[in-house]
Design a protein. Structure first.
Length: 98
């Protein structure tokens, strides 16, 4: 195995710097992804009554407004389902469709 030269950065430092460069580029590329209230054209969000909207959880709505939040569902769609896992938006998010 070759010895690293004195001017070569430590392999861990080189890996960190490479990761940091890619991550910085990723952060600079803001991709707007659809939120649940946009997907469903939700009137409750427009009125400020939706907990997913008020907590900025539009891609994780089931954690705050639905059947997987541990409380009583806030979302009318969630109330109509046994579980948010049955929701078309949840399924699409989990499949990585958007």
């Amino acid at each position: 195995m070759d010895k690293p030269k004195k001017n070569d950065p430590h392999p861990a430092l080189a890996a960190f710097e490479a990761f940091n460069k890619v991550f910085k580029e990723f952060e600079e590329t803001k991709v707007e992804r659809i939120k649940c209230w946009e997907y469903f054209n939700c009137e409750r969000a427009k009125n400020g009554c939706c907990s997913a909207y008020t907590k900025s959880a539009g891609r994780r709505c089931w954690l705050v407004a639905g059947t997987l939040s541990g409380g009583e569902p806030d979302c009318p769609r969630a109330k109509a389902l046994k579980s948010c896992k049955e929701c078309e938006f949840y399924k699409k998010i989990k499949r990585g469709e958007f």
